[in-house]
Design a protein around this ligand. Structure first.
Ligand code: HEC
Length: 103
């Protein structure tokens, strides 16, 4: 009985630890992935050029829709189709969410 309780407790702690660690990794990697975008879309997603594409602060849903459309070639761009194909759907969601939080 004592053994069972210890094992159960250890398993609970382990799951809790990994769930926490995973959440941090996801957030961090979204930030890292988004830095790739800033090379073209301006630092922090704000384009200095008025005709450029500022992406910071757009709603996550809109960004995600645009990115998925490029990925599936429903929207044709000069370069975005190629860029977005390098990311999984989960990564696109994470990038869109991160960029939407930028002001
Ligand atoms: C090499 C330059 C470059 C990089 C890197 C880049 N983009 Fe783009 N982006 C463009 C260009 C140029 C367009 C206009 C469409 C086209 O020609 O492909 C665009 C268009 C967009 C649009 C649509 C904007 C609108 O209002 O229609 C979104 C959203 C977007 N990019 C997000 C991103 C995200 C997120 C990343 C990073 C994963 C990224 N871009 C990386 C150049 C780039």
């Amino acid at each position: 009985m004592y053994k069972l309780v210890t094992v159960g407790l250890a398993a609970g702690l382990t799951v809790g630890f990994f769930a926490h660690a995973k959440a941090e990794v996801t957030l961090k990697s979204a930030e890292v992935m988004a830095t790739t975008c800033f090379g073209c879309h301006g630092s922090e997603g704000k384009s200095a050029n008025k005709n450029g594409y500022s992406i910071a602060g757009k709603p996550a849903k809109v960004l995600e829709m645009d990115l998925r459309a490029y990925k599936e070639d429903k929207k044709k761009g000069t370069i975005m189709n190629r860029i977005v194909k390098g990311y999984s759907d989960e990564e696109i969601t994470a990038i869109a969410q991160y960029i939407s939080t930028l002001k």
